[in-house]
Write a protein that binds this ligand. Structure first.
Ligand code: GDP
Ligand code: MG
Length: 216
């Protein structure tokens, strides 16, 4: 029997303004459905899910800010050991888009001398075609000029949600320095009581896609 059911643990943070859909994205990815009016979580919250990516089993430890983003009091513990960061904005909320750079700076300030985690900028709620104020083209250009990947997603329809985490995990797997950080994390962090695990194969499963969002 293998010692563990995963090869790597990747600590991944979900940040962005309040209301952009961070908790709903995690619920969709982990639970596989869209839940309106999720209960507010208190303190630090993380959940895990293992994906098979490029022949490796990557256990994603996904940390949600659980309301602290409102007060910009994100603690160092939250960032420590992170190898991936998803910065979420809402495609129908220009303020949340304008604040993406503040989140980038927030991340940068925590990794001054260390290598930055893999950063993905994602536009959530792309099912809202009518209310959309930030175009895919503009957001893509914005992200690529700053060296980040960009994706349009929808926690409501499920579009690109699993794809996002697969790509993120694949990018981390390509980065030797970040892999070292993630190995250290899995040796030192043994906080598992609060998390639950579901398994999903990179190759085996196809998630229902709403088709509203562009894939690349
Ligand atoms: P958080 O504060 O960033 O964690 O945001 P929540 O996950 O609490 O979501 C805020 C609101 O946006 C809730 O009413 C969600 O139901 C809604 N929401 C989240 N994702 C989507 C989406 O993809 N599409 C639409 N239309 N609404 C969404
Ligand atoms: Mg939330």
């Amino acid at each position: 029997m293998p010692l563990t059911d995963f090869d790597y643990t990747f600590k991944v943070l979900i940040v962005g303004n309040s209301g952009v859909g961070k908790s709903t994205i995690l619920e969709r990815f982990i639970g596989g459905d869209f839940r309106e009016n999720l209960p507010k979580t208190i303190g630090v919250d993380f959940k895990t899910k293992t994906l098979k990516v490029d022949g490796s089993r990557a256990k994603l430890q996904l940390w949600d800010t659980a309301g602290q983003e409102r007060f910009r009091t994100i603690t160092n513990t939250f960032y420590r050991g992170a190898v991936g960061v998803v910065i979420v904005f809402d495609v129908s909320d220009s303020t949340s888009y304008a604040d993406v750079m503040r989140w980038v700076e927030n991340v940068r300030s925590e990794f001054l001398d260390a290598e930055l985690p893999v950063i993905y900028v994602v536009g959530n709620k792309c099912d809202l075609e009518e209310g959309r104020t930030i175009s895919n083209k503009d957001a893509r250009k914005f992200a690529s000029q700053r060296g980040f990947s960009f994706m349009d997603i929808s926690a409501r329809s499920g579009s690109n949600i699993e794809e996002l985490f697969r790509r993120l995990a694949a990018d981390i797997l390509q980065d030797k320095q970040l892999l070292t950080r993630s190995t250290m994390l899995s040796e030192t962090v043994k906080l598992s009581s609060h998390s639950y695990d579901t398994h999903s194969s990179f190759y085996g499963e196809r998630q229902a896609k709403g088709g509203c969002c562009k894939t690349s």
